[in-house]
Design a protein around this ligand. Sequence first.
Ligand code: THU
Length: 125
Amino acid sequence: MDDRELLRLANEARRRAYAPYSKFPVGAALLCADGTVVTGVNVESSVNGLSLCAERVAVFKAVSEGKRDFVKIAVSCDSDHCRPCGACRQVLYEHAPNLEILMGCPKGDFVRTTIAELLPDAFTL
Ligand code: THU
């Protein structure tokens, strides 16, 4: 799957975000090793602490559908180079320690990185 296409899917998913509190919609598109793509959006809650980020929604959806091998995730938000939060980095590392990450920008370009770069010396049990 082409990087631009994965980012386009993240962007498209972003329109389905439920972010009435932060007004910061985020979309993610997770490329699985079998070639399928699972999207996620942030889903917020009026009760503090119950919101979920787009990246974790995508991973949890995929795992719950029986997918276990992940290649790449694209993330899209309204500000520059959407960076996965610390909690998402830990979850991404758990399920895909070799994951590539594309952090999209509103103008269409993106920054390419890896989970190993974003979460060096990660905790493992
Ligand atoms: N958020 C994500 O979904 N992914 C990120 O990478 C950063 C932050 C969400 C969480 C919350 O709903 C909103 O963006 C503002 O923090």
